[in-house]
Design a binder for this molecule. Structure first.
Ligand code: NDP
Ligand code: 8X3
Length: 262
């Protein structure tokens, strides 16, 4: 039977768009109180206002760049007492930049992906996990990717960061074994979000092509999987999920009805 999330505290990183915003919606529907973290405060405020009025839950937006250890520390040092006992952490903030052969890679893009997808996840987890261990209760969901299981041409550093997320999910599970901490690694395939717009630095035409000719996952498809993982009874950990559009077999095999290419 599904566990109730009524009144639980759920922290979602990267909550201002895409999968993170969809997670905010499904967890709000389930009655959880939400800490929504991202850099774009205006979007967080708007989402928070809408969720509060629709679902009668508490929502606290947290403006923070997960790449900044100082900002992450400050967020948790200044967290109001009533928000400190975080039950669920969804490490979702992440991005890809560019699609280049590795010898032509842009080093700033590499830094941004590593700093966000790997170091950012670690900084936030380091703040939240000790409290979970102390309370002997907590669930961490790391949003990885099919790119954490396969490497595709020109995906090099993005794929490496998602392989790292996968390794860290396992590492957290191993290091907290016996402390009643559940760690779920959720690896989506192609999801239509702002991901490709960010990857291609605002080239909307190119970004749109990634999702043409088949039905990609929606952010809500992924959020519902995350919710399912979290709602399992306390003795059940869904350790690892790969969720794909039906038309996707691997990172490079996607059945498309037209000749559009990524
Ligand atoms: P979006 O671009 O739509 O959303 C990304 C979110 O991450 C935004 O809320 C953004 O907020 C936040 N974010 C990015 N950088 C930072 C930062 N430095 N500090 C805080 N927040 C940050 O993409 P998706 O929803 O698709 O991506 C969410 C996760 O899902 C990522 O980890 C991505 O790798 C993963 N994923 C995506 C897939 C896809 O096909 N879309 C497939 C598999 C995995 P803001 O800019 O306001 O800070
Ligand atoms: C996002 C999906 O295939 O572009 O992780 O890497 S993919």
């Amino acid at each position: 039977m599904a566990q109730s999330l009524n009144g639980k505290i759920v922290l979602i990183t990267g909550a201002s768009a895409g999968i993170g915003a969809a997670c905010a919606e499904v967890f709000a529907e389930a009655g959880a109180h939400l800490l929504l973290l991202a850099r774009r405060q205006d979007r967080l405020e708007k989402l928070a206002a809408s969720l509060r009025s629709q679902h009668h839950i508490e929502v606290l937006p947290l403006q923070c760049d997960v790449r900044s250890l100082d900002q992450v520390r400050r967020v948790f040092e200044t967290l109001p007492a009533e928000w400190q006992a975080i039950d669920v952490l969804i490490n979702n903030a992440g991005l890809a930049r560019g699609l280049n052969p590795i010898d032509q890679g842009n080093i700033q893009d590499w830094e941004e992906m590593i700093d966000t997808n790997v170091k950012g996840l670690l900084y936030v987890t380091r703040q939240v996990l000790p409290g979970m261990i102390q309370r002997q209760r907590g669930t961490i969901v790391n949003i990885g990717s099919i790119a954490g299981r396969e490497v595709y041409p020109q995906g090099n550093v993005y794929c490496a960061t998602k392989h790292a997320v996968r390794a860290l999910s396992q590492a957290i599970r191993i290091d907290t074994n016996g402390k009643n901490i559940r760690v779920c690694n959720v690896d989506p395939g192609l999801v239509e979000t702002e991901f490709s717009l960010v990857r291609f630095r605002g080239d909307a035409e190119r970004a749109k092509k990634v999702y043409e000719g088949y039905t990609p996952l929606s952010p809500r498809d992924v959020a519902e999987v995350v919710l399912f993982c979290v709602q399992r009874p306390p003795h059940v950990t869904i350790a690892d999920v790969l969720v794909l559009p039906t038309d996707q077999a691997t990172t490079t095999i996607v059945h498309k009805t037209d000749s559009s290419s990524q």
